[in-house]
Design a protein around this ligand. Structure first.
Ligand SMILES: C[S@@+](CC[C@H](N)C(=O)[O-])C[C@H]1O[C@@H](n2cnc3c(N)ncnc32)[C@H](O)[C@@H]1O
Length: 282
């Protein structure tokens, strides 16, 4: 993690709100805190080497792997979002999405598939998917790609900003590559959830899946929909399920038609705290 990412994750939101004196203080302690955290940043792991000594992980179920690699998609995890120096060994509740995912993923477990995760943070979910789908290639995008801590010939991490149509186009739409599973776990804000699904649905292979995590954030968290925009992605998906029309300034007519003609099924699930949408393609 470089200093700029450290600032963006742990200090930017505080500095924005702070008065001039507090701003000054925060800017002074920022590099000191960064240096103090340096020894505690997670080390890079080469999974191709690691897996030689840990073959048993290839036999494990999804929840075991999410918990083993400490992704917040499993039942429990150690808070990975606090400053590394403050990390304890205390396991806390995570999202609990594994049973929903396992139901769909088990059908593709042995296949040679491409998986895209948007919003990878340290890459803990990507590492889990590396073991669950042992024949897969995993593409892990994040606006802060320097956070990523895994290496493998089957994993590629890259920079993407899912709030920007230009970034999505340059880094995904323009590439000659499709995906069997896309997991969108990036900013969770209203516009980004909508554009990610409707721009990227055409990049999903037949019978593929698009997953949108924390679907309810724009409805339940003010910071995910600061301008009270409507409709959010959850409302759009419920309208589609109920065969009702919808309109959003973030969806082009051609992308709307493509989605409506090519989706097979939409399910919404409630994890321990938040909702997740799993969309199957025809
Ligand atoms: C909830 S974390 C992801 C956790 C990870 N998927 C896991 O299972 O361990 C969200 C990530 O999304 C990234 N992110 C936030 N806004 C983004 C954006 N606009 N584009 C891409 N990534 C973004 C953050 O940097 C962060 O790493």
């Amino acid at each position: 993690m470089n200093l700029l990412s450290f600032y963006k994750i742990y200090y930017r939101h505080r500095i924005v709100k702070a008065n001039i004196f507090l701003k000054f203080y925060l800017f002074i302690i920022l590099p000191i805190r960064y240096l103090l955290n340096l020894p505690f940043f997670p080390k890079r792991i080469n999974l191709d080497i690691y897996s030689k000594k840990n073959q048993y992980l290839f036999q494990k179920d999804l929840n075991y792997l999410f918990e083993f690699f400490n992704s917040d998609k499993g039942n429990f995890y150690i808070d990975q979002y606090i400053q590394p120096i403050k990390k304890t060994s205390l396991k806390i509740n995570a999202h609990g999405y594994s049973p929903f995912y396992e139901k769909y993923f088990v059908l593709k477990k042995e296949e040679k598939i491409n998986i895209l995760e948007l919003g990878s943070f340290y890459g803990n979910a990507s590492a889990s998917l590396y073991y669950y789908f042992k024949n897969s290639k995993i593409y892990s995008g994040d606006v802060l790609p320097d956070l990523f801590r895994y290496k493998s010939i089957r994993i590629k991490n890259f920079l993407i900003d899912t709030s920007s149509e230009i970034s999505i186009t340059q880094n995904l739409l323009n590439l000659d590559r499709n995906y069997d599973i896309i997991i969108e776990d990036a900013s969770h804000s209203l516009k980004d959830q909508i554009i990610s699904l409707f721009l990227l649905f055409k990049k999903i292979n037949p019978n593929g899946l698009f997953i949108c995590e924390e679907l309810d954030f724009p409805e339940t968290r003010k910071d995910m929909n600061p301008n009270n925009e409507y409709p959010d992605l959850k409302t759009i998906l419920l309208n589609i399920k109920n065969k009702k029309d919808f309109n959003s300034k973030y969806i082009k007519q051609e992308d709307k038609i493509y989605f409506l003609e090519n989706f097979k099924n939409i399910e919404l699930y409630k994890g321990k705290y938040n909702e997740v949408a799993i969309i199957e393609k025809k």
